[in-house]
Write a protein that binds this ligand. Structure first.
Ligand code: HAM
Length: 421
């Protein structure tokens, strides 16, 4: 019986991997334009890290984590908590008061797999630590928008403010009173959630619950003065940068660490999995994890979703590296001669392909066409004896003779010259 990958775990095979590289390379380019440095963390962390940051009563911590219960360790379900753990552990705030960090890698959540939702998925995650400045909130959203635009993915940006420990408790009470009047109409999940985290009732996907909360009070109207001013400045920043956005009072996010700004990049092209990226501010989190009182903000983009969107666009072209030269050795002697020559060409930077299966000239030319090689070097037994190989330019079919030299290096450099012309 064949062994298959686990449900919700996916191989990324050639043909698809090029799109992943495109997404990642574009992101790295944009992150560096905004002066972000890369950080890499381990996949396994202490379970408590996620319980403390994401929140005990969240779906992620309650139901979705891959935890080794006997060891109290968990495969990271997201990057923010691990990144902050590393930030605190290495005292990165001491080295530089404002850190701009990004990380790219796999995350793990035991969710019900469907299109755009996997159990092992990949995030490109960015975090800015050390500043409460609302301009940074706007700058980060603008960076996300710029990246998506460069990838040719159209999304809408939705934003909300979740207030802070000063104003949120008051809103929570107001919301609870509203929910209590409608409790009987809500789904079981919402009935339970209203006790632990009533804000989550606002983003329940159940149509009946949605109808019930349509008229719910908006947190945007219950912000304290500081949060209100912050929220207004973030919006001004977005306007200054010409970033389109809309306000969404129902967006509360599934992680408990957020304060003030939260946002999501939403697509209409992926069915239920509409968020291609999401994030927000978390001003109390570094302290909660045992670090100093340092504010932070960040977001993560889901790579599977970005790749799916690119696959849905017909015209995406992938530049797979073009082969410079295909060396066709015909017969054992010629192949033996070509073998080290190919190695030297590669040492000199040429993308070189050689067939090791002793195929006919016709079949090797076919192969060269298939890999879109710029040149083909034909070395047959006759050519070897006569000391001349043939170099064919595949674009114009022109052929030229190349002297076969006993010194491979000399032959390689004359080939290099011709291939670079
Ligand atoms: P999140 O909303 O849980 O936030 O995930 C961010 C993005 O990761 C989602 O918008 C989605 O594109 C992708 N994603 C999440 N779960 C899955 C899944 N099961 N399969 C495929 N893609 C998925 C966070 O993780 C926060 N740490 C973001 C953040 C960074 N907030 C502040 N800094």
């Amino acid at each position: 019986m064949k062994i298959k990958a686990l449900n919700g775990f996916k191989d990324i095979v050639p043909g698809e991997v090029e799109l992943w590289q495109k997404v990642e390379n574009t992101a790295r380019d944009i992150f560096s334009r905004f002066n972000f440095s890369e950080i890499r963390m381990p996949i396994l962390e202490k379970t408590d890290l996620f319980a403390r940051s994401i929140g005990e009563a969240t779906d992620i911590v309650e139901k979705e984590m891959y935890t080794f219960v006997d060891k109290q360790i968990t495969m990271r379900p997201e990057a923010t908590a691990s990144l902050l753990r590393a930030y605190i552990q290495h005292g990165l705030h001491v080295q530089k008061p404002i850190q701009r960090l990004f990380t790219i890698g796999p995350m793990f959540r035991h969710e019900r797999p469907q299109k755009g939702r996997l159990r092992q998925f990949h995030q490109m995650d960015v975090e800015v630590l050390g500043t409460p400045n609302p301009r940074v909130d706007a700058e980060l959203m603008a960076m996300g928008a710029m990246l998506l635009e460069e990838l040719g993915i159209s999304v809408s940006l939705e934003m909300n403010s979740l207030g802070c420990p000063v104003c949120r408790p008051g809103f929570r009470e107001t919301l609870l009173a509203f929910i209590d009047e409608r409790r009987d109409e809500l789904c079981d999940d919402c009935k339970r959630r209203s006790k632990t985290n009533p804000l989550r009732v606002l983003d329940c996907k159940n149509p009946k619950c949605r109808e019930q909360v349509e008229e719910a009070p908006s947190i945007q109207e219950h912000l304290c003065d500081d949060c209100d001013e912050h929220f207004a400045s973030v919006q001004k920043g977005l306007q200054d940068l010409d970033v389109e956005y809309s306000l969404n009072k129902f967006m509360v996010r599934g992680l408990d660490y957020y304060t003030r700004t939260t946002f999501e990049f939403i697509t209409g092209d992926l069915g239920a999995q509409a968020a291609v990226g999401a994030g927000g501010r978390y001003d109390g989190l570094v302290e909660k994890l045992g670090g100093p009182k340092i504010p932070g903000i960040g977001f993560a983009l889901g790579m599977e979703r970005l790749v799916l969107l690119l696959q849905q666009q017909e015209e995406v072209k992938i530049d797979s590296g073009q082969v410079d030269i295909f060396v066709a050795g015909l017969g054992e002697k010629a192949s033996e001669f070509a073998f080290p020559l190919v190695h030297i060409l590669r040492q000199n930077g040429l993308l070189t392909v050689m067939d090791h299966e002793g195929r006919s000239l016709k079949s090797q030319m076919k192969q060269a066409n298939k890999v879109n090689s710029r040149f083909v070097l034909i070395i047959g037994e006759n050519e070897l004896e006569q000391g001349q190989a043939v170099l064919r330019n595949m674009a114009n079919q022109e052929q030229q003779e190349i002297t076969i030299q006993s010194n491979n290096n000399e032959m390689a450099s004359s080939l290099l010259q011709r291939c670079q012309q």
